[in-house]
Design a protein around this ligand. Structure first.
Ligand code: ADP
Length: 430
């Protein structure tokens, strides 16, 4: 028991003792006890009233000087108030620092609620998205960036999703946007100016496209002369081997240049709307099968299984090139006597074109890298088989443009299955 409580109890019992003593003297103990208790109660009510008035007034009036336990309570509340004031001051200075640092950020940051209403934004976001300080808070973010792809991006809010967008208020600039969920149903929209990166990327594309284009003519001349020399009977026999090797290498270079040109074209058309047509996939696959079966170097049994006759909405030449690449690879990486099966199937979730083989297969660690440009699992083996290392990069690009995905399953020494999964909205029932 603390001192204040002991003091209060002592005071209370002393009062009772005095009341009893006076009562005994006056001959009416009960009356004096009652009077003493009523007095005691009134006194406490008065203290309670002062205490309440002080609490209600906050910091506006000085703390009352109250006796015993009430005094202890007052000093405890004063200590609590001081601590909370200190905490408030610390938060205020933290918020000030946060505001200062977020204003200095080169990237834009906008806080949105679950209805996509703007709750807060920093200076960079203001100038990037054309938001004005006070008046635009509380408005929908879509009112400031009225692009369908942006509206879709904000409404769908796919985890980890990013959007690259031509700047709405700064011609020639490009922004990358990301939505990060936090707290209870709030989201942070991060906007980064990637104009420099987009320019460098476009310079790289132009360089590759131009270099490939420029290399084509000299290569045609070279292969022409090499052909003529190979057929020239007047040349010494010892030229036969080097000429053959040169012709093989020139052919390889032509294949590389051709595939680089295809990739450049696909990249250049990336942002253009594609002109999609009805593609009869079963007929296309049958044509690819017939062509591959008649081609040189086919040592495996090549089959086509049609579990569906559905058509696809797509670009026929690109789909042909992608499917052809998968079939050529399956044949290339399957030793003689193996089996290659092309399969076309469709259900409510979409359609799938797969090529399975019983070939050399790929280690699990290599699978994620197969679609990188010039990536070959076994450099020597790929080159010996005329591989360029761009085929699967082309497949990936074509599929991306059709909203499709490439899935790869493989077991070293047992075989592989390369599947193209098309979404249901691209599938047309035959
Ligand atoms: P390449 O022109 O070398 O075939 P691709 O881009 O088409 O280039 O393929 C990349 C690499 O993936 C190949 O070098 C090969 O190692 C591996 N690969 C592709 N298809 C298969 C397959 N069906 N079986 C085993 N390995 C494959």
């Amino acid at each position: 028991m603390d001192k204040a409580t002991i003091r209060s109890l002592t005071r209370f019992f002393t009062l009772l003792a005095v009341a009893v003593a006076v009562g005994l003297l006056q001959g009416d103990v009960e009356l004096y006890l009652l009077l003493a208790l009523c007095g005691y109660l009134l006194w406490h009510l008065w203290i309670l009233y002062r205490f309440e008035a002080w609490i209600k007034a906050g910091a506006k009036i000085d703390a009352p000087d109250l006796p015993a336990v009430w005094g202890e309570l007052v000093s405890y509340i004063i200590r609590l108030k001081q601590r909370s004031r200190e905490r408030k001051r610390r938060y205020k200075s933290l918020i000030k620092e946060f505001r200062k640092s977020s204003a200095a950020l080169p990237d834009g940051a906008v806080v949105l609620n679950d209805k996509n209403t703007i709750l807060w934004f920093n200076k960079a976001a203001g100038s990037m998205l054309g938001l004005k300080k006070a008046s635009d808070r509380g408005q929908q973010i879509m009112n400031f960036v009225r692009r369908p792809e942006f509206v879709d991006f904000v409404e769908q809010a796919r985890p980890g999703g990013r959007l690259t967008l031509a700047a709405p208020h700064q011609p020639g600039h490009h922004y990358s946007m990301e939505l990060v969920p936090y707290g209870s149903q709030q989201r942070l929209l991060l906007v980064k100016d990637i104009t420099r990166e987009v320019r460098v990327e476009s310079m790289r594309r132009d360089f590759v496209a131009n270099a490939s284009h420029e290399l084509r003519s000299p290569l045609t001349v070279l292969t022409g002369y090499l052909d003529a020399m190979a057929n020239d009977q007047s040349l010494d026999k010892e030229w036969g081997k080097p000429l053959k090797e040169m012709a093989t290498q020139a052919e390889r270079m032509t294949a590389i240049v051709d595939e680089m040109l295809v990739l450049s074209r696909l990249e250049a058309e990336e942002n253009n709307a594609l002109e999609m047509v009805d593609v009869d996939v079963p007929a296309l696959l049958e044509a690819i099968r017939a062509e591959a079966s008649a081609g040189p170097g086919i040592g495996s049994d090549l089959k086509l299984e049609l579990a569906s006759y559905a058509h696809l909405l797509g670009v026929e030449a690109d789909l042909r090139s992608a499917f052809n690449n998968l079939v050529e690879n399956a044949i290339k990486y399957t030793p003689a006597g193996g089996r290659v099966v092309m399969r076309w199937e469709a259900d409510a979730d979409g359609a799938r074109m797969s090529v399975s083989d019983t070939g050399v297969g790929v280690e699990a660690g290599d699978i994620p890298r197969l679609t990188e440009r010039f990536y070959r699992v076994d450099k020597g083996r790929g080159r010996d088989q005329g591989g360029v290392g761009l085929g699967l990069a082309i497949v990936k690009h074509v599929l991306q443009r059709h909203g499709a995905e490439l899935e790869i399953q493989s077991q070293p020494g047992e075989g592989s299955t390369f599947s193209c999964r098309f979404p249901a909205d691209r599938v047309l029932s035959s």
